[in-house]
Design a protein around this ligand. Structure first.
Ligand SMILES: [Zn+2]
Length: 325
């Protein structure tokens, strides 16, 4: 030990540079990158581009605000499991002596989007999800439920479109700066902040319904989950309407509000807002929505004659006027 120390001391002029270089190897690249980053954000080029793109960034932030409005106003929920309807009136405790060993799988009897059932039902639900969804979550084939599902489909699609629109705008704004690769790799969020983009990590809250089996001892559990995304909602709309048509209802007299119909309306209106005439051709990132001329709440039908393409601004103004205060 002493020998090593003596050797190190006598050869300090060799050892010291090695230690310094080793330290520098770790810290220096980071330090240099940090300096380069600061210089980039303070550069004339960056600031000029930022000034030029000001209004584009403002519009992005407005749509971000609008997107959170859609999310907080919308009802992303349908039928509920009858099993949980009065669950809040009771309290549930597992008083088993073995509870401490068997807490791996505990059934949640409070959640109304979870149906606690037998293993057989869990398995059947995975092969015939719509049938079981309707049966156990009380979505009967009646006109009122059909409209609710169609409305849910509209809300989900509207939020999907808005979120998608934001992402496209962010990509396009970033591309217009053409920042050095190291900025995007190490300082992506900081870049957005410097540009002035308000990032809102909004996701679409797809309603989820689960069929769950938990064994009495809690040792095993199985679950089938049905996620109501656009595809599932459209299939549910079709199924409900077919059942209603069987019983000679009025549902067959109108078009179904599905992704296909929304696309049809946008194409028919040439991707142009019926109020202010702004078009996708003029504004590639235009957020266009499908609106009921006479709102559903006032008896408006989902017929092509009662549907129109509106830009998000006009639709926002219109729904603020129509919405009850
Ligand atoms: Zn418009």
């Amino acid at each position: 030990m002493i020998v090593v120390l003596v050797l190190l001391a006598s050869y300090w002029y060799i050892v010291l540079p090695i230690v310094l270089v080793a330290l520098a190897g770790v810290k220096l690249p980071r330090l240099i990158r940090d300096i380069r980053k600061k210089r980039y954000f303070a550069s004339e080029d960056f600031l000029e581009r930022k000034a030029a793109i000001n209004s584009v960034v403002d519009e992005h932030n407005e749509i971000a605000e609008y997107t959170s409005e859609i999310r907080s106003r919308g009802t992303f929920q349908l039928g509920l499991a009858a099993t949980g309807a009065h669950a809040h009136l009771a309290s549930f405790d597992n008083t088993s002596n073995h509870n401490y060993r068997r807490d791996r799988n505990v059934a949640n009897y409070q959640a109304q989007n979870v149906h606690n059932c037998s293993l057989q039902v869990v398995r059947n639900a995975s092969s015939d999800p719509l049938k079981y969804l309707m049966k156990y979550f009380n979505i009967k084939a009646v006109e009122a439920n059909l409209s609710d599902v169609e409305h849910l489909g509209e809300e989900v699609a509207r939020l999907e479109d808005a979120v998608d629109n934001l992402r496209q705008r962010e990509t396009s704004i970033t591309a217009s700066f053409n920042p050095p690769a190291f900025i995007l790799k190490h300082y992506a969020d900081e870049f957005m902040e410097h540009v002035g983009i308000e990032l809102s990590p909004i996701s679409v809250p797809y309603p989820e319904y689960a069929f769950e089996y938990v064994s009495a001892g809690g040792n095993s559990s199985q679950r089938t989950t049905v996620t109501l995304n656009t595809e599932t909602i459209d299939a549910l709309v079709e199924t409900l309407s077919q059942k209603i048509r069987f019983s000679q209802s009025a549902a067959g007299q109108r078009a179904l509000m599905t992704a296909k119909l929304r696309q049809f309306i946008k194409t028919r209106d040439r991707h142009t807002c019926r109020y202010c005439s702004v078009s996708l051709a003029a504004e590639p990132h235009l957020l266009l929505e499908v609106d009921h001329v006479v709102p559903v709440s006032k008896g408006g039908m989902s017929t092509p004659e009662n549907l129109q393409a509106l830009c998000w601004r006009c639709n926002r103004t219109k729904s603020n006027k129509v919405a009850p205060v």
